[in-house]
Design a protein around this ligand. Structure first.
Ligand SMILES: [Zn+2]
Length: 393
């Protein structure tokens, strides 16, 4: 286990101090004879949290993929299934490449949705699990079993999801119960039945907008309440909370808060989004993620959660320092709370997962997004000056 002294750092941009790490956790006194690293007066924050991505299908490291996919959601889903075969995409290699990129930017834990479908079976799950094992102790990877290609219209998908959960995936996923599955009752009953059977939390992609999304959301809320799953359900994207009818949205947000349902946003520029200040005011736990990075859906993304904090700021018109701090809080404490991370923080006893960032204040750190001088996972150096200590395959 790792012990060291991290000298001259400013926790959360506060006063200059030394942090002590003993056996992978912060301690209140210096470990004897341990290595000393000088932080040079930089800000230290807990490890960044990537709370929504798709490690299994990034095209990182491959020749440029020319995207000529159609405009509908179903076009992208069908295209992706075909391209994966054509390129012979290896989910283990791709997930390792993306995880290492994340680590280089200061991310110490990742929630990844991983495709399960009747075409590729559990190849994605097995690949990401192999990466998780390979990178154990360096980054944490949580797997959401994700029926990207739909569930009810493709018999056999549910059984594969069940199998993936038995193999050790941590979260039950779902997707647009109306828009993609066209069977909201069937889809959500199946998702929540799997959650109950395996005793796992739920994280559902909900792209449906306006009243349709609101309808699906209320169906999720009803099941959360009926099964006593308060605090165990996350809705990713939740575009319907960006609807113009703010009175209607406020009603939905009250219900979400009551059932302690969490929201994860990617703050996309191209869709209505939940407003993070409203979520915070309503008491709804909020995390953030990059979503797909350099994949068949789109060419963008670099896995930098400080940049994601900036996108949250831009999309929500956050300008004041306290508002930018909220965006960063979503990319750190928010995601960690949603993933129920034990010992997340910088206090004595917390896990020594942290990152040094450049800047005078937290808001400047987000504005600068300079390469991270140092990233620690359990007190172990996993990246220096924007480069991960492990080389990508
Ligand atoms: Zn996603």
């Amino acid at each position: 286990m790792t012990s060291l002294t991290l000298k001259n750092v400013r926790p959360m941009a506060g006063a200059l101090t030394d942090l002590y790490i003993r056996d992978g956790r912060f301690a209140d006194s210096a470990p004897e004879g341990a290595e000393v690293i000088d932080g040079g007066g930089r800000i230290v924050i807990p490890g960044l949290v990537e709370a929504h991505t798709h490690l299994d299908k990034s095209l990182l490291g491959l020749p440029w993929y020319r995207n000529e996919v159609g405009p509908r959601l179903i076009d992208k889903i069908t295209n992706e299934r075909e391209v994966k075969v054509a390129l012979g995409l290896d989910p283990q290699v791709q997930s390792e490449r993306q995880a290492i990129l994340s680590m280089s930017h200061g991310t110490t834990q990742i929630r990844s949705h991983v495709d399960v479908d009747t075409h590729h079976g559990l190849a994605g799950i097995e690949g990401v699990m192999a990466t998780r094992e390979k990178l154990a102790g360096l980054v944490e990877i949580e797997i959401v079993v994700f029926p990207q290609s739909s569930m009810m219209p493709r018999p056999g998908t549910l059984e594969l999801m069940d199998e993936a959960l038995a193999l050790g995936a941590e979260v039950v996923g779902g997707i647009d119960p109306c828009g993609i599955d066209r069977d909201p009752k069937g889809h959500l009953d199946a998702v929540f039945a799997l959650a109950e059977k395996h005793g796992k939390p739920v994280d559902i992609h909900l792209h449906e907008r306006d009243a349709l999304g609101g309808f699906s959301m209320e169906e999720i809320i009803a099941r959360t309440k009926a099964l006593g799953m308060q605090g165990k359900v996350t809705i990713s994207h939740a575009f319907c909370l960006g609807a113009p009818d703010r009175g209607y949205v406020a009603g939905l947000q009250d219900q979400l808060a009551e059932q302690r349902i969490h929201i994860v946003t990617t703050a996309p520029a191209s869709a209505p989004v939940p407003l993070v200040k409203e979520l915070r005011a309503a008491g709804i736990l909020t995390g953030a993620g990059s979503d797909g990075i350099r994949d068949t859906w789109g060419p963008y993304g670099n896995a930098d959660m400080l940049e994601r904090a900036m996108f949250i700021g831009l999309r929500n018109n956050l300008r004041r320092d306290d508002e930018v701090e909220l965006a960063l809080d979503i990319c750190t404490f928010g995601g960690a709370a949603i993933m129920e991370t034990e010992g997340y923080g910088l206090g004595p006893g917390d896990r020594a997962d942290c990152v040094l960032v450049e800047g005078e204040t937290l808001a400047e750190a987000v504005a600068l997004r300079a390469p991270r001088p140092l990233v620690l996972k359990g007190g172990r150096v996993i990246a220096r000056n924007g480069t991960c200590v492990i080389e990508a395959p």
